[in-house]
Design a protein around this ligand. Sequence first.
Ligand code: FES
Length: 127
Amino acid sequence: MTGTGNGERGTVAMAEYVKVASVDEIPAGQGKAVSVDDRRIAVFNVDGTFYAIDDTCTHEEASLAEGAVYGDIVACPKHGSRFHLPSGRVLSLPAVIPVNTYPVKVEDGQILLLPEPQKGRGMPHKA
Ligand code: FES
């Protein structure tokens, strides 16, 4: 007989991918704002590849999902700061803080994202 008692290590809650839209809802070159776990997240279609970032601009309260998309960059509709969709990096003033990004995958025509923010690269990060 072997000893017992070391099987319970406790579990850490892991976020799971959540369905947020169908691919048909977000045409190429456009974004859509979705709500997941009280977060506003903007999902973009860049020529069939989907990216997710925080919807709220780090400068003021504009919705980045409503911004114009140029390749893999979105321009804030309020003052024009540009953000790199794959990395969250801010590319132009007046914003100076990157946005969080979120892992995205597509299954059976559905867009799923993991509501676990990945810190955007670049300059200092918003808490
Ligand atoms: S609110 Fe986005 S750049 Fe000002």
